[in-house]
Design a protein around this ligand. Structure first.
Ligand code: B12
Length: 231
């Protein structure tokens, strides 16, 4: 697993060749627990690319490599857990700065449905929407639909983005969509589905959501379409 790092100083790196910023490098840094250099890698990838493009690209591909190495038995569960933990620390470092606009933008609520443990995609989506001026409440993984519904009922929510990865979570997803609809009442409120489950054919119709996004770029476009004109 040892990996030769390029001879760069995170503090003053500029004009870094694109091939240095590879998913392989990022995966190695994550599995080594090196959040500083991993954050540097992503920051450099964001020079000239949008946050959504970088997270849909090199970040996702790096975690796919982590998953492949884990499944193939080359990396252990401990390696995968460290990589995930490190990525969460990295994302904290890359958080967009809060601005007055980010406190008054339309409210988007993000949640992983009941039983869903994958939440890194939600952290990424939180930042992408915040960049676009949304106020974001990320309620995290494994949220019971009753709690999601009571949050929606108590707040002026415009967008709800729900995530799930695998087929066994389809019913929880449909229940969460229904709970949000009931809690939202007559309010115009758009419900988006994302995560691995988004690849499942017919998932939007099956759950009654308004949209499905395979990428953060698609989620961003969906959010823009459903943003109130006066916000
Ligand atoms: C890290 C990880 C975990 C960690 C999660 C840690 C955490 N805090 O999130 C832990 C260890 C908990 C875990 C558990 C499991 N995992 Co897992 N995991 C992964 C791994 C390696 C990376 C996932 C990740 O974070 N990727 C980074 C994010 C940014 O990318 P992404 O998830 O692809 O999301 C992109 C889009 O989908 C979108 N997006 C993501 N979420 C959302 C949400 C919304 C609302 C929107 C709009 C968009 C969006 O944006 C992202 C960027 O493009 C993947 C491997 C892989 N190929 O991805 C497996 C993987 C997802 N896991 C898998 C499995 C099977 C499991 C387990 C069932 C394993 C087990 N036997 O216990 C459990 C399930 C737990 C549960 N009940 O949910 C499978 C899923 C297979 C499938 N059918 O799709 C994968 C693909 C591994 C594999 N190849 O087998 N896992």
């Amino acid at each position: 697993m040892p990996f030769l790092l390029p001879p760069v100083n995170p503090a003053d790196a500029a004009d870094v060749p694109a091939d240095v910023l590879s998913p392989e490098l990022l995966a190695s840094l994550l599995v080594d627990g090196d959040d500083e250099l991993a954050a540097w890698t992503l920051r450099n990838a964001m020079v000239g690319s949008s946050r959504a493009a970088v997270y849909d690209g090199i970040l996702r591909d790096a975690m796919r490599l982590v998953g492949e190495n884990w499944r193939a038995g080359r990396w252990s569960i401990a390696d995968e857990h460290l990589a995930s933990r490190t990525l969460i620390a990295v994302l904290e470092q890359l958080r967009p700065a809060a601005t007055p606009a980010s406190r008054v933008g339309p409210l988007a609520v993000l949640a992983g449905v009941a039983g869903e443990q994958h939440m890194i995609g939600l952290l990424c989506l939180e930042q992408v929407l915040a960049d676009d001026g949304w106020t974001v409440s990320n309620l995290g993984a494994d949220l019971p639909d009753t709690d999601l519904a009571s949050y929606v009922a108590r707040n002026d929510v415009v967008l709800v983005a729900l995530s799930a990865t695998e087929e066994p979570r389809v019913n929880a997803l449909a229940e969460a969509v229904m709970a949000v609809r009931v809690a939202g009442g007559e309010r115009p409120l758009a419900i988006l589905i994302g995560g691995g489950i988004a690849r499942q054919p017919g998932i939007r119709e099956h759950t009654g959501a308004d949209g499905v996004a395979l990428t953060l770029g698609e989620a961003r476009a969906f959010a823009a379409r459903h943003r109130p004109a006066d916000s």
